[in-house]
Design a binder for this molecule. Structure first.
Ligand code: ZN
Length: 633
């Protein structure tokens, strides 16, 4: 298939056709020697040399495009600062880019020559919104290397059959951490064990002048490490007791998944205010980033870091080892079918939240508030009437960090939260059908404990999901999945609440979860009171269709500049909503492009927040779900 594709590209291009002999893959394993020179990382440059044999007559090289983890064909090729090919005598070799596939380089090889060197330079720190987490980053004293930024590979050979001998040269005195096994370290040069290209790209590396590795647990199944890279000593200066909840996390994970497919797991954690918001899962590691003081805050529970680590860790099973079959492609250029993201991300989101609570990284109250927050958000996505959850999956990368305007109509990557709610409903259905004897934990033990643990992936299909669910409870799983995932709806299905024994309610008390989110993301939530959320600069972020705010003419993106005759601030607006119980109205002044408009909203209920409450007489499944297992077993 691929060769035909390449042919059609060439027939319509202007370059000389005759020099190309299309690769015929006959199951041969090939080897590449890769040297990555990171000594200029403080200058944001990462150099590499790839030595490879093009004896298979392969004349096109591919830059990794579809990198697992970000669900998007967004390999950061735009950041290349050098791409040169030479033969072994040092003679430059001409190359041209495929005009129709910008990740493909045609190299004009000579039949007499077999061996070539490709020299590449990658410009780090470009923070492309769509490739965050698969970029490489360099600072004066710290770096992240995502190997996909610095390699190309011959087309037509599965990346599982391309063996890579890797050598890395670090800036002087930097230490490093990675799941990548290595043979030896000589000075600042590290010689790694041979891995496949697929494995290499699955195992990023962090390095820094200030570096620490802590073994957080050692069980019968595996050893667990956290590698910490920071800009100074103070970020790393924590009491070891801070790692106790992480030990709980990995042990709760083992209990849930019933086994590991790895002998060691590595949390890579970059503590930096200069690098923002990374979190990418891998088969036996995860790349995480939080603020310089992030580790110290971990003991406060329910922090951004606890949520991040608890989300990325179970991905080792959910999404990486058990990967949707449509996403298990032989290379990094074939399109991936992201149809099962409600499993990959939705189930992982659910498991992550559950493990966060079970391990003590989070609290029960916060878990409950987070469920309420997710439901409140999802029930206001009016875009669900035209776009199914499935559509947010297959067009996932179109939704990632795109326009913030009218997200209620456009929807977001809702398969995370809505997927999590589906799995919570399924969990409760199994518990209810079996009087609490079985649960989604049993489903996880079967799904994630099957197959050859030494295989890199064990692809999963919808049929296997349905048949495994059916083995635990006689519910109309296929129908439920079809209904929840594939169909557009006017309203969010709230059966999950009924099944866990809860109902929706309102309160005038703001939850800790909301206080935390408002503080972190600098906004305020008035969904339940007036029908909108707003940023600290006065811009209305999200609007509830049909709400008082919608009827008053506010919309996503409009700027509020005055509240009850005073200059706008989030605090002023919150005060006005609170005082509405006495005044019976709120006056808002906002800018409609160049025009100012004042509206009076009749409202007297004060501050109102969405919440969920247990229904008396029904089993509290939510409480059962997050009860730690490690203590009992
Ligand atoms: Zn995820």
């Amino acid at each position: 298939m691929k060769n035909h594709y390449l042919l059609s590209r060439l027939l319509v291009s202007t370059i000389v056709l005759t020099v190309f002999v299309f690769p015929i893959y006959a199951g041969a394993v090939i080897k590449m020697q890769v040297t990555v020179d990171a000594t200029e990382m403080p200058k944001k440059l990462l150099h590499s040399k790839i030595s490879l044999n093009l004896s298979g007559d392969s004349t096109s090289l591919l830059y990794p495009k579809w990198i697992p983890g970000i669900h998007a064909p967004k390999g950061p090729i735009e950041n290349l600062g050098g791409f040169e090919v030479e033969d072994r005598s040092g003679k430059p070799v001409r190359w041209e880019r495929d005009w129709a596939e910008l990740y493909r380089f045609f190299v004009f090889t000579d039949k007499a020559e077999k061996q070539y060197d490709v020299s590449m330079t990658y410009i780090c720190n470009q923070q492309s919104v769509n490739s965050s987490g698969i970029d490489s980053y360099g600072t004066a004293d710290l770096g992240i290397i995502s190997w996909n930024t610095n390699v190309v590979y011959p087309e037509g050979i599965p990346v599982r059959d391309i063996m890579v001998d890797l050598k890395l040269i670090l800036p002087k005195g930097w230490d490093f951490g990675s799941a990548l096994p290595f043979d030896k370290k000589q000075g600042d040069t590290i010689f790694f064990k041979t891995v496949t290209l697929e494995e290499l790209i699955d195992m990023p590396l962090i390095a820094a002048e200030y570096f620490r590795t802590v073994k957080i647990a050692s069980t019968d199944l595996a050893d667990y490490y956290i590698h910490l890279a920071a800009h100074d000593e103070s970020s790393l200066d924590v009491n070891d007791s801070i790692f106790a909840p992480l030990e709980n996390l990995v042990k709760e994970g083992e209990l849930l998944f019933s086994r590991t497919h790895f002998k060691s797991y590595h949390f890579l954690l970059v503590l930096s205010d200069q690098i923002n918001g990374l979190g990418v899962e891998h088969r036996n590691s995860s790349l995480n980033n939080d603020a310089a003081d992030g580790l110290k805050k971990l003991e406060k529970k329910n922090t951004s870091l606890s949520a991040l680590l608890a989300h990325e860790f179970p991905h080792a099973w959910c999404g990486k080892y058990r990967r949707p079959a449509g996403m298990d492609t032989p290379d990094f250029i074939s399109n991936k079918n992201t149809d099962l993201l409600w499993f990959y991300e939705g189930l992982d989101q659910y498991i992550g939240n559950v493990l966060e609570a079970r391990s003590g990284l989070g609290t029960e109250e916060y878990f409950k508030e987070d469920v309420a927050s997710a439901i409140e958000y999802l029930k206001n996505r009016k875009g669900r009437s035209w776009r199914s959850l499935r559509d947010t999956q297959v067009s996932s990368y179109l939704l990632r960090q795109s326009s913030a305007s009218w997200t209620t109509l456009r929807r977001n990557q809702d398969y995370y939260d809505e997927g999590a709610m589906i799995w919570m409903e399924f969990d409760a259905r199994i518990r209810n059908a079996t009087n609490g004897e079985k649960s989604l934990d049993d489903f996880c033990a079967v799904i994630f404990g099957s197959g050859d643990p030494d295989a890199l992936t064990n692809p999963i299909t919808l049929d296997e999901i349905i048949s495994t669910l059916s083995s635990f409870a006689d519910e109309p799983w296929e129908e439920l999945i079809n209904e929840r995932v594939n169909n557009p709806h006017d309203d969010l299905n709230l059966q999950v609440l009924d099944k866990i024994g809860y109902a929706i309610s309102t309160t005038d008390k703001k939850s800790d979860q909301l206080k935390y989110s408002e503080n972190r993301y600098k906004f305020k939530n008035f969904y339940e009171a007036l029908g909108f959320s707003i940023r600290d600069n006065g811009t209305v972020y999200d609007i509830v269709i049909g709400s008082l705010a919608d009827k008053a003419g506010l919309y996503s993106g409009v700027e509020i500049i005055g509240v009850n005759g005073k200059k706008f601030s989030l605090e002023q607006l919150e005060k006005a909503v609170k005082n509405s119980t006495e005044k019976g109205k709120i006056t808002l002044l906002f800018a409609l492009d160049d025009n100012l408009k004042e509206v009076v909203i009749e409202y007297n209920k004060g501050l109102q927040y969405f919440t969920i409450v247990p229904v008396e007489g029904k089993p509290d499944r939510l409480k059962e779900i997050i009860a730690p297992r490690a203590e009992k077993e």
